[in-house]
Write a protein that binds this ligand. Structure first.
Ligand code: GSH
Length: 206
């Protein structure tokens, strides 16, 4: 059994989507980051960076923080969703971890939650968001999924794109991203994983 510590955010949903895709049993523990539950000593023992998601795998005794590490661990353990070209999968997973997550996170912070506080930051991160969407759109020109077949890289990127409205991005401007987003949104495991630890809204559709 796996314990998943998570909240209703893109980084949390990445892991619940993967667990649903794998079909392995897991127990959900809500860590409400709006109430600072990520700073509780019990949680810090598992996730010393005070961030969700984190897991404890009781079968192996391993605990892990950082969504990318968790996804690689689970994919390797079950030998699934690493794609036919493992290094392409890792490459695009790292692209999400190093670029999409941090940059779109800044868009949410400045554009969605603190508009008007810093025109510079709003412009900088919005521009970066459009650049990243452009990179993804180009990558998806000749393939259905970022590493060829559906993999943990898609599962890592997709929850960030599901916030396209927060980012004031029109998906019709990026047709390959729009189609890829729709293909993934149709998956039952994605719909279930999106609602962990609880339902907030239906999956936004363009
Ligand atoms: N690089 C980390 C980022 C995790 C992260 O930023 N989690 C956010 C929610 S999406 C969080 O827990 N924030 C709590 C805080 O900032 O104190 C990962 O991918 O797991």
């Amino acid at each position: 059994m796996i314990d998943l510590y998570t909240w209703t955010t893109p980084n949390g949903r990445k892991v619940s989507i993967l667990l649903e895709e794998l079909g392995v049993p897991y127990k959900v523990h809500s860590i409400d980051i709006g109430k600072d539950e990520q700073f509780a000593p019990d949680f810090l023992a598992i996730s010393p960076n005070n961030r969700i998601p984190a897991i404890v795998d009781h079968e192996t005794g391993r605990s892990l923080m950082e969504s990318g590490a968790i996804m690689l661990y689970l994919a390797e353990k079950h030998d699934r969703f690493l794609g036919e070209d493992r290094w392409a999968t890792i490459e695009w997973l790292m692209w999400q971890m190093g670029g999409v997550g941090p940059m779109l996170g800044q868009v949410h912070h400045f554009v969605k939650y603190n508009p008007g506080k810093s025109a510079y930051a709003e412009e900088r991160y919005s521009k970066e968001a459009r650049r990243l969407y452009g990179v993804l759109d180009k990558r998806l020109t000749a393939r259905d999924f970022v590493a060829g077949e559906y993999s943990i890289a898609d599962m890592a990127i997709w929850p960030w794109i599901s916030r396209f409205e927060w980012q004031q991005i029109g998906l019709d401007d990026f047709p390959n991203v729009r189609d890829w987003y729709g293909r993934i949104a149709e998956r039952e495991a994605v719909q279930k994983g999106y609602d962990v630890p609880h339902h907030v809204t239906p999956i936004p559709l363009p």
